[in-house]
Design a binder for this molecule. Structure first.
Ligand code: SF4
Length: 498
């Protein structure tokens, strides 16, 4: 994830100045009071409280021997006069840009101009500005409210009107408001008092938000400029979050983001921005670690699965449990290997305990894995059949003897199991004499001999092989055995005469 931090993020000149005034007083060992929280940042306010700074709600709360600090938002003229009349020791940390607005409205109200203030009436800064208005004044939080005010007060169109803005007022709303005013009011004096730091911060945040898929606005939830930043960013980036500290980072959203933008309100100390960035970096590192571990796990799984498939789906299993219906084997994996009885041998009459014993190592073919149940279905019969098939083919080529056990009497002959392969022996080749009862052959070992092969050879050319293959070996078990290729050599079916 790429993180871009807005150049304008963080403490503005005015707030920084106010903080420095408090710091200096604390360093001098003074008892400090602030009239309301020094900035709209709970973390910084708490830090100051821990260092002994007290917040006064009214002037009466302030101790005589303390120093009162007026915050950057400023105060009404009447409050300042009261402080003076009470002979309180005080430092004025009102931002010079705010102080400039006080002077503008004071001067114009002395001229009996009507004052229009673009801003939130309940905000301390606007309350301070109102305190310097000695003539008619109106406040409007947005251009819609301005239209309403102009409608309800038609005299504003003719009178001399002075318009100012709260330093953190939304730049776009300000422009809209001016368009309305310019159209309707004939005697207008406009003062662009939005703080440059604010307009730069807002326009930079807007651009950054439109280039990001996640936007973080760091700042106090009660901070006017931080909330405005949030609204601006939200309009450009749906995944915009307002957080006060690193602890509020939206971790799940962070995982999905590729480009994260970070901005911060005018009252957000650099230490908080740094902490958020550090935590984000750690989160990213953690995610990267997980991804890398995931890749490792994937590699392991891949290697494990390749191990299986590299051996053509074969595994070795050690018999660990024998039941009448199945054998359980350890195949060196998390899953339990299961070999059902009918996959243990081609002989339908075989019993598990006769075929294997605990500790036997079996060559097995993987038939199916069930990850939910953690089992692997395995077959010994298929491996035996594959091996047996090759041995039978070789024996036939060599005209060698193979032995088998007759397991079934079927129409037209018998089925014998030889080297794990079910072999069909036609009745005409299964008995010595035509009238012999083939049922007598059941469970008896039969063998082919070199002599018999020679005597009763079945030579099948590659051309006729498949036809006869179908005829002699068209049993379900053989579906799993690779059929020979068309270029397969001549094949001799051994006879199983006693
Ligand atoms: S935002 Fe601007 S006006 Fe407000 S305190 Fe900061 S520097 Fe001063």
């Amino acid at each position: 994830m790429k993180i871009t931090v807005a150049k304008s993020a963080g403490l503005c000149f005015g707030v920084n100045r106010a903080i420095n005034i408090v710091e200096e007083l604390l360093d001098e060992g003074k008892s400090v009071f602030t009239l309301g929280p020094i900035i709209h940042n709970p973390q910084k306010v708490r830090e100051f409280e821990e260092r002994g700074v007290k917040i006064a709600e009214t002037l009466q709360d302030v101790d005589e021997n303390s120093v009162l600090v007026i915050r950057a938002h400023g105060i009404p003229e009447s409050t300042e006069n009261e402080i003076k009349s009470m002979n309180l020791d005080y430092r004025d940390a009102t931002c010079p840009f705010v102080k400039k607005i006080h002077n503008i409205v004071l001067q114009h109200s002395k001229l009996c101009d009507i004052i229009l203030i673009a801003g939130n009436q309940n905000h301390p800064e606007v309350q301070g500005i109102i305190g310097y208005c000695h003539s008619e004044y109106h406040t409007f939080p947005n251009s819609n409210d301005l239209e309403r005010i102009l409608k309800e007060n038609p005299h504003l169109r003719e009178k001399s009107v002075c318009v100012v803005a709260q330093t953190t007022f939304d730049v776009a709303e300000w422009k809209k408001s001016l368009e309305i005013l310019k159209k309707l009011c004939t005697n207008l004096k406009i003062y662009g008092t939005i703080c440059n730091a604010t307009s730069v911060r807002q326009s930079e945040a807007e651009v950054l938000a439109s280039q990001s898929d996640l936007m973080l606005v760091i700042g106090g939830k009660h901070s006017s400029n931080t909330n405005k930043l949030f609204d601006i960013c939200k309009s450009k980036c749906e995944e915009t979050y307002l957080i006060e500290t690193a602890g509020e980072l939206p971790k799940s959203a962070l995982k999905k983001a590729c480009r994260a933008g970070v901005t911060a309100g005018a009252s957000t100390p650099a230490s908080i921005i740094k902490e958020v960035l550090q935590t984000m970096t750690e989160e990213i590192k953690e995610e990267m670690k997980k991804v890398e571990e995931g890749e490792e796990n994937f590699k392991e799984l891949l290697e494990e699965s390749l191990k299986t498939y590299n051996t053509d789906g074969r595994v070795k299993g050690v018999v660990v449990e024998i039941t009448p219906t199945e054998v359980r084997v350890d195949v060196g994996r998390k899953q339990t290997g299961i070999v059902p009885l009918d996959e243990l041998s081609s002989d339908p009459n075989a019993k598990t305990e006769d075929l294997v014993k605990i500790g036997d190592v079996l060559d097995l073919k993987i038939m199916k894995t069930n990850d939910q149940e953690g089992t692997i279905l395995l077959s010994k019969r298929i491996i035996d059949s594959q091996k047996g098939w090759d041995e039978i083919v070789k024996a036939c080529e060599d005209k060698a003897v193979v032995t088998g056990v007759v397991t079934d009497v079927v129409k037209g002959g018998v089925i014998a199991v030889s080297n794990g392969v079910r072999v069909f022996i036609p009745k005409s080749l299964a008995t010595a004499r035509k009238d012999d009862d083939i049922n007598e052959l059941l469970k008896k070992s039969r063998s082919s001999s070199e002599r018999e092969c020679k005597d009763t050879p079945f030579f099948l050319t590659s051309k006729t092989f498949f036809k006869n293959f179908q005829r002699f070996f068209a049993y379900p078990d053989f579906k799993t055995i690779q059929p020979p290729t068309s270029s397969y050599p001549r094949f001799v079916l051994p006879s199983y005469r006693a």
